[in-house]
Design a protein around this ligand. Structure first.
Ligand SMILES: NC(=O)c1ccc[n+]([C@@H]2O[C@H](COP(=O)([O-])OP(=O)(O)OC[C@H]3O[C@@H](n4cnc5c(N)ncnc54)[C@H](OP(=O)(O)O)[C@@H]3O)[C@@H](O)[C@H]2O)c1
Length: 255
């Protein structure tokens, strides 16, 4: 499996290409966007402005739920490429298994894009275990990632076990609890032990898990730097259990 950095950049809400330039300058190589974020051209402009070899970047985008019929996948992905100003996409996701999603038709189009050399890897997002099993059955190409909401207040254990057993990435979205890490007492407690921020604890707790990488969204220089550095923090087993054991559940992006 191609190795991805443990910390990529979530770009939902980023509307200024300068943030993308700053992120690339600070070492970010995995950039995550989506058709529905309406910022593929911002991400593309940042990539074009940054002094960076395209081959060292890993750019992901996602096909929205109203574009998942065969022809719409092909057409809308070409439009994504135009907006991004790129010749290929490193990973193309099914954003959600809803509306026009049909496993045989949708994945036939995704595999056609791989055969044409326009897409390198196929990913899915917001898939649960039965949907993952169906996707794997349908695909000739290996499934590369499932991108799901994952943070201390939302811990999808079944999808993590599936990623580990079948060896694909679980890309954790909203890893900072959508910016509310400092409102989680168990996380604040662990942060105080190490004199670090609650956000650093969230990233260290997630990236310690096999097959998990994170894509926090950040716009300031300080946040961009802090999130990349957070993987140097190591939590002890008591601290990890303290966060693993949180039973309250808040899902920021339900169906
Ligand atoms: N596949 C899907 O359906 C789906 C759904 C939702 C999100 N996502 C992806 O996941 C990415 C991240 O999720 P998210 O934006 O919901 O939430 P998040 O990454 O959990 O939190 C982002 C918030 O945390 C702040 N922040 C970042 N670093 C910080 C730090 N070190 N200290 C304090 N605050 C910090 C950011 O502020 P600043 O911007 O001011 O730095 C922003 O307000 C999205 O951008 C998107 O790419 C995917």
């Amino acid at each position: 499996m191609e190795t991805l950095d443990e910390v990529g950049l979530g770009t939902m809400g980023i509307a200024d290409s300068e943030t993308i330039v700053l992120a690339i300058e600070r070492g970010y190589r995995h950039l995550d966007t989506a058709q529905i974020y309406d910022n593929e051209s911002v991400v593309g402009e940042g990539i074009a402005r940054a002094d960076c070899d395209r081959k060292s970047l890993f750019v992901s985008t996602k096909v929205w739920i109203d574009q998942l019929e065969y022809e719409a996948v092909i057409q809308s992905t070409h439009e994504s490429l135009d907006r991004l100003g790129l010749e290929y996409i490193d990973m193309l996701y099914v954003h959600r298994p809803r509306d026009t999603y049909d496993p045989s038709e949708t994945f036939a189009a995704f595999e056609e894009l791989v055969n044409r050399g326009i897409v390198n890897h196929i990913g899915v997002s917001n898939f649960e275990v039965p949907q993952l099993q169906r996707a794997r059955k349908q695909l000739d190409a290996p499934l590369f990632a499932n991108q799901v909401e994952y943070h201390p207040l939302f811990q999808p254990d079944g999808t993590l076990a599936d990623a580990q057993e079948n060896d694909y990435y679980l890309v954790a979205y909203s890893p900072l609890a959508n910016g509310r890490a400092s409102e989680i007492p168990e996380v604040v407690d662990v942060a105080q032990n190490h004199a670090v921020t609650p956000e650093a604890v969230c990233i260290a707790w997630l990236t310690d898990k096999d097959n998990v990488i994170v894509i926090p969204k950040a716009s300031s220089k300080a946040h961009l730097r802090a999130n990349r550095n957070a993987t140097t923090l190591k939590l002890n087993s008591t601290e990890k259990s303290q966060i693993d054991g949180i039973e309250r559940e808040t899902e920021f992006f339900p169906e």
